[in-house]
Unconditional design. Sequence first.
Length: 523
Amino acid sequence: MTLLSILAAIQFPILERIPLFGDAAVSPHGLGIAIGFGLGAVLMIKRAQKRGLGHVHEANISEAIQEMLTRSAVGAILGARGFYVLTHLSDFEGRWHETLYAWQGGLTFLGGVAGAIGLAVPFARKKGWRMDMLLDSAAPGMALGLAVGRIGDLIIGDHIGAPTDFPLAWKCTGNFWVRATNSFGSVDPLPYPSGGAPTAGCFDVAVHHTALYDFGAALIVLLVLLAMERKRWFDGAFISAWVFIYGALRFTSDFARQDKTWFGLTGSQWALVGAATAVALWLLRNKPWKREDWAWDLAFDHPWKNPAYNAETGRIPGPQSSHVAVTAGPGVADPDAPASSETDDTDLPTSASASASEAEPSESAIDSPTTVEPSVPEPGETLFGDRRELGHHGTEAPDVDADSPPPAAAAQEAPFVAPARLESSDAIETSEPGESVEESESGESVEQPVTPEAAPTVDAPDTAATDTAATTEPLEPAAPSQPSVPSGLDALGVGPEANVTRSTSTQPKMATRPRRPRGTSGT
């Protein structure tokens, strides 16, 4: 037995109605549409939960789609009936009230699709959803729903064509519904009317069954879409494939359908031409394959699935981390940086990521000098207490732990009193590196070595002391790492080229005061 002989033997009975009680009966065609709509909705929800509905966060995608499908179901009924009536106006002349009798049959699939989308668009736009992503999720469900719905057409013997000897022709063997009594029974096939073109019924000849062709086309589209899901695709790819593949198959099979035509094409064929043209223009205009944010990427770790996703910025706001910008030198935080209670440890050196209880100033932070712009301190103000001038000479220093107290803060705990201003412009001298200046009770200037461990602060000179010759003691070799204060009036920050260099050590510092020239009288 060949394949053609098997296909040529396609024959089965029909059940035009399912009797309930009295004259009430249910059409298997309507049941097929309802079941197909439900199964398609389930498939759509599962795809949408992976893909999303748009570049917005939706807390409960399943409930949101069910709310939309409630509107789409109403639109599908109105569209399916309305499109059928529009293409069969002559059948309702003189009885226009019957246009509302949708339960008697007369529904079109493409009209239902158009009506469902028509009522879904306003709802989706209000929610901020994207139609390309929404229709991509709906495409497999539409193919499945169409296949199940066509099973109902096969059961009632709807959408038949002219007699043919085509291998896929179908022959009815009987009807299990008795119309006269609205009951189950057995009715033999009717003779095919001569000169007529029935679109439904059970006849004694083999005819084209376009519902069977459409059932096969829906299965092909469904299998193609399921195969496409194994790869990454741009938004709009699935609904485009649905329109082009199903459109081509349905456009071909409609030539076997006995239906009204306009310029040689049925209403469904013209609708398919319009849909394919619209999709092609959309693809050429938007070029969605050039975008990078494809929703179907197999990973499905989309940012818009995060509740914190911001649709306006297209980003997920992360923890607000503040970076400690240190420009004043090692161990000194930038005073111009905004205060923050959080610190990103990833931007700090490894040595500075320890806890505040264990962090101590490093050797480089103690010994590295920092240059500041000259300033004349006011009486009672510390010489280095003002940090506003720190770090504006382009000197970049490594970051430090924000929890460690800056040296400037430690220095403020033991403020240094600025030296008194000089009243004369006589040249003055300052101590060399490693020296400190003290004055004896008799007013003599005494040079003493200075060590990093102790740097005592010297009281202001007694102006009533008598003039004596200054004596000095032998000095130790100067430590090369100790800072120095330039000589002249610049040491006080009043000269034109004043430049004060200090250490950023957290140890208390000595306020250096000028030394009077030896052999001169005090004022």
